[in-house]
Design a binder for this molecule. Structure first.
Ligand code: PLP
Length: 296
């Protein structure tokens, strides 16, 4: 992965200038077409631990369109490790694009029923434990936070007043909080409906050292729930692409960009502020849509 490819894109729009705001997007998506930018950062120290601990294999859990799974497959291969993906749901006749890519990167896939998927410990016990390094679903954990904190080292982030990013497990958000200065505000946009334990889970990740940092998780931009992408979201993503040449994904970043616009229009940012949105990637997941629904 060539992290020097990472740059920012400035968004020019009336809804920003009207409120004296500026918005830059940190294009982690440009790191790779398939591997989500934020996953690459989050996985770095897990892979490091696996190698230091002399594990031969890394393994984790995910769905058929999981950015996490395909990123592990890629990162493990780059680190010279084998990888196992435990996939939720019975093996379909034709696997998703995501899983096909994961297999291409050498991942060994294990399909389990939704019932079995819930009992993760049983699955873990069935595999030869001493040689397998398990990464939590979504990469939640301290090593993930450490890796994600390096996202804000890719550019000069001092001028920004707000960092805004999509939230799944909250690991990336915790990394941003840890890496930010006390005067900067971090806003997370939850892609799930009613996942109110997130605040607590993020607090647990950042630890007492950063407990005075300001962060805010918005729960009203889920568009119906995790993985839901109603027509108004698709229209918004297409419109954003036409106006700004900014490709967004349907699970995370589309909802986040929508939230920024809505929050700007509702005067939720202090006038004169500079905002940095983290484009966390995820574009490969758009391939789950029927052809031609998206303009890119
Ligand atoms: C996984 C993912 C997220 C969420 O990251 P968390 O650390 O789990 O909160 C956001 N955006 C994209 C594109 C992702 O793939």
């Amino acid at each position: 992965m060539d992290l020097t490819l990472i740059k920012t894109q400035t968004i020019y729009a009336e809804w920003l200038t009207d409120k004296q705001l500026s918005l830059d997007v940190l294009r982690l998506d440009e790191v790779d077409n398939v591997v989500s930018g934020n996953k690459w950062f989050k996985l770095k120290y897990y892979l490091h631990e696996a190698r230091v601990g002399r594990f031969s294999t890394v393994a984790s859990f995910g769905g058929a369109w999981s950015n996490h799974i395909v990123a592990i497959a890629y990162a493990a291969r780059s680190a010279g490790l084998k990888s196992i993906g435990v996939i939720r749901g019975e093996k379909p006749a034709a696997v998703s694009y995501t899983l096909a890519m994961a297999m291409e990167y050498g991942m060994d896939l294990h399909f389990v029923t939704r019932e079995q998927y819930r009992r993760k410990e049983e699955i873990q016990q069935r595999l030869p434990n001493e040689s397998v390094y398990w990464i939590d679903e979504g990469g939640y954990g301290a090593a993930g936070v450490k890796g994600a904190s390096e996202i804000l080292k890719t550019i000069d982030v001092l001028p920004y007043n707000y960092f805004i990013a999509a939230v799944g497990t909250g690991t990336m958000l915790a990394g941003l909080i840890v890496a930010s200065a006390a005067s900067q505000t971090i806003v997370g946009i939850s892609s799930m409906k009613g996942n109110y334990s997130l605040e607590q889970r993020v607090r647990a990740l950042i630890g007492v050292q950063h407990e005075s940092k300001i962060f805010d998780i918005k729960h009203e931009y889920h568009f119906g729930g995790y993985g839901r992408h109603p027509p108004d979201l698709i229209t918004f993503i297409n419109d954003t692409y036409h106006r700004h040449h900014l490709p967004l994904d349907i699970i995370y970043t589309g909802k986040t960009f929508f939230a920024i616009k809505d929050m700007a229009q509702k005067n939720l940012f202090k006038p004169g502020s500079r905002i940095l949105m983290i484009h966390s990637g995820g574009l490969q997941g758009n391939k789950s849509l029927p052809d031609k629904l998206l303009a890119f």
